[in-house]
Write a protein that binds this ligand. Structure first.
Ligand code: ZN
Length: 275
């Protein structure tokens, strides 16, 4: 997957991911993790690149956590889905997420749907693209509909910094490209449903992507890493840690029975796994 093969070729081969094995049985044509790398994050919620071969976590401010960031591109039927949008970092070539999408053989213009689990800045950083000369912003995926939970948008604007960056959300909300999601659960199309989970933050949602042959589960920060699905603990960074623990246990059971492929946003080593 890390070489230059195009996605059509990938779709005819299994598996596309080391140990992931998600492709080619139904409408799901490919699942592509878009790693943005590893970071340390302190109480100031600033993400500082972290190279495990060189950097030491104890050199970072006290209480710093090690975090990996990884949106996903999912190709299913005629849709190219983007699951959360990363940190929004730029490189000399433009937006990092655009480069990562191109490296997988797609273009940002091909993205049809952006599905947002929640709007914390490490998930929502790449919603908008900024013109370096004028500073003007526009949606980073010009042809996509952005699916956002309405209550999360309200909560983000009300709560603000440092977890949310309202100034990087408002232009998107005003763009006309947002499809607002409401309710405890709902259906986006024949493949995609969402459920309100509300544990990591009060208005978080999770997505199920199904094609009849297989189910992808994207839990955002409710199910961020494989190891968290295997051990029971209450995390300090969750808004309702007990509920988050309970939900992880439920999904682990449900997913194990049904053979779900879990997509882990904060786990670069194990981006896709079955339990
Ligand atoms: Zn979060």
């Amino acid at each position: 997957m890390s070489n230059g093969r195009n996605h059509d070729e990938d779709a005819n081969q299994t598996p596309p991911l080391g140990g992931g094995g998600v492709v080619g049985r139904g409408d799901v044509r490919g699942v592509f993790p878009l790693s943005e790398g590893a970071f340390s994050i302190g109480h100031d919620k600033v993400f500082v690149p972290f190279d495990a071969s060189r950097d030491v976590l104890t050199d970072r401010p006290t209480g710093s956590l090690h975090v990996e960031v990884q949106p996903f591109l999912v190709v299913i039927g005629d849709d190219v889905l983007l699951l959360d949008t990363g940190l929004g970092f730029t490189t000399p070539g433009g937006m990092q997420i655009h480069e990562n999408i191109r490296a997988r053989g797609f273009t940002p213009e091909q993205v049809t749907k952006v599905l947002m689990s929640h709007l914390h800045k490490d998930h929502a950083g790449g919603l908008l693209q900024t013109d370096p000369a004028s500073g003007a912003t526009k949606p980073a995926f010009p042809n996509a509909s952005y699916y956002i939970y309405r209550a999360e948008a309200d909560y983000a604007l009300e709560t603000g910094y440092p977890s949310y960056h309202p100034s990087e959300l408002e232009p998107l909300f005003a763009s006309g490209q947002v499809v607002w999601l409401d309710g405890v659960e709902g259906r986006i199309n024949e493949h995609i449903t969402f459920r309100h989970s509300g544990a990591h933050c009060p208005q978080h949602i999770v997505f199920l992507i199904e094609d009849g042959a297989q189910t992808l589960f994207y839990g955002g920060d409710e199910a961020p890493q494989l190891k968290q699905m295997k051990m029971k603990y209450v995390a300090k960074y969750d808004w309702d840690g007990k509920r988050a623990m309970m939900l992880r246990t439920q999904w682990a059971e449900e997913g194990q029975k049904a053979g779900w492929h879990f997509l882990f946003y904060h786990d670069i080593a194990q981006p896709v796994a079955q339990l």
